[in-house]
Design a protein around this ligand. Structure first.
Ligand code: NAP
Length: 274
C-alpha cells in the first residue's frame, strides 16, 4: 500500500525523472507520488555506484528503464532521450531534480569563495542542464505535457553558505519562465517548485546545514520543516491535468517560510529576547 495518495491522475502518462540518488532524494518522493497515480517512469542515474541504489527503487515502482546520464555529457544526454524515444515514442512529463556546486563554493563569503570554474560548473549542472533536458524532452513530448524543476529560496534572498547555488537557482527560475514561454503555444507547461530545506545528500553539502533546518523550523509559518510529500504533491498537481493553465511559475512548498518577514511570537523570538 503506497504511503502517497493513490488514484489515476497520471494513468497512461509516461515520463523521465532525473535526480534520484537514494531514498531521501526529493525526486524519489515525486516518483512515488506519480507512480501511486499510475505514471510509468524512466530514471536517470550517474554511474554504476548509483545504479546499485536506484535500481531497487525503480523496480519498486514497476520501472526497468534506467539510463546512465551525467548532464554535462552530451553523448549521454543524446543516448538518454534516444532510448526514451525508442522505448516509448512519446513522453508526457519531465522532472529535473539536479544540482551541483563544489563543496569549496558552499561555505563562507560568497565573494571570496566563488571561483570562475566553480561558477561555471554550478550554472552548467544546476541551470543549463534544465534548458538542455527541456529542449530534448520537448522533441518527444505530447502537446499536453508538463515539466517541473526544483529550486530554493536562496535564489531570491541571501541564505548563508548557499552562495553560488543561489545564483544558479535564480538562473534556473528565469530559464523556467523562458522555456514556459517557448513551449506554451504547444500546451506544454513548465514550472519550478521552491522547496524548503529537506535532509538529502545535496543538502548535506551546504555549510551550516543544521542551523538552516533549525532556523527554518523556528521561523516558518507552520513552524516545521518541509515534508517531501508536500513537494511530491505539488509536482503531481503541476504535472497532471490539475495544473491546467499554470505555467512559468515558481511555487513555494516550504511551510510558508518565504512569506515571513519577521517571525511570530515563539521559540525563535524567545531565544532572541533571552
Ligand atoms: P539529491 O538526492 O542529492 O539529488 C541531487 C541529484 O543531482 C543527485 O541524483 C545527483 O546525482 C544529481 N546530479 C548532480 N550532478 C549531476 C550531473 N552532473 N549529472 C546528473 N545528475 C547529477 O538531493 P535533493 O535535495 O533531492 O536535490 C534535488 C533537487 O532539489 C536539486 O535541484 C536541489 O537543489 C533541489 N532542492 C533541494 C532542497 C533540499 O533542501 N534538499 C531544497 C530545495 C531544492 P549524484 O549523486 O550522482 O551526483
Amino acid at each position: 500500500m503506497s504511503e502517497y495518495p493513490t488514484g489515476t491522475l497520471m494513468a497512461g502518462k509516461r515520463g523521465l525523472i532525473m535526480g534520484v540518488a537514494n531514498k531521501n532524494s526529493i525526486a524519489w518522493a515525486i516518483a512515488q507520488q506519480l507512480a501511486a497515480q499510475g505514471a510509468e517512469i524512466a530514471f536517470t542515474y550517474q554511474g554504476d555506484k548509483l545504479l546499485r541504489r536506484v535500481k531497487p527503487l525503480a523496480e519498486s515502482v514497476g520501472s526497468d528503464v534506467l539510463l546512465d546520464c551525467d548532464v554535462t555529457n552530451d553523448d549521454q544526454m543524446d543516448a538518454t532521450f534516444k532510448a526514451l524515444a525508442d522505448r516509448w515514442g512519446r513522453i508526457d512529463f519531465l522532472v529535473h531534480a539536479i544540482a551541483f556546486a563544489g563543496k569549496d563554493q558552499l561555505s563562507g563569503s560568497f565573494v571570496e569563495s566563488t571561483t570562475r570554474d566553480g561558477f561555471k560548473s554550478a550554472l552548467d549542472i544546476s541551470a543549463y542542464s534544465f534548458v538542455d533536458a527541456a529542449r530534448r524532452a520537448s522533441e518527444i513530448m505530447n502537446d499536453d505535457g508538463a515539466m517541473v524543476t526544483l529550486t530554493y529560496l536562496g535564489s531570491e534572498r541571501v541564505v548563508p553558505n548557499y552562495n553560488v547555488m543561489g545564483v544558479a537557482k535564480a538562473a534556473l527560475e528565469a530559464c523556467t519562465r523562458y522555456i514556459a514561454a517557448d513551449l506554451g503555444p504547444r500546451g506544454i507547461r513548465v514550472n519550478a517548485i521552491s522547496a524548503g530545506p529537506i535532509k538529502t545528500l545535496a543538502a548535506a553539502g551546504i555549510g551550516s546545514g543544521r542551523h538552516m533546518f533549525r532556523f527554518n523550523k523556528a521561523a516558518a509559518a507552520m513552524q516545521d520543516n518541509t515534508d517531501p510529500k508536500g513537494v511530491a504533491g505539488a509536482a503531481l498537481y503541476l504535472l497532471s491535468e490539475l495544473g491546467a493553465s499554470c505555467t512559468g511559475e515558481t511555487h513555494h512548498v516550504d511551510g510558508g517560510f518565504h512569506a515571513i518577514g519577521m517571525p511570530q511570537e515563539g521559540p525563535l523570538r524567545e531565544s532572541l529576547e533571552s
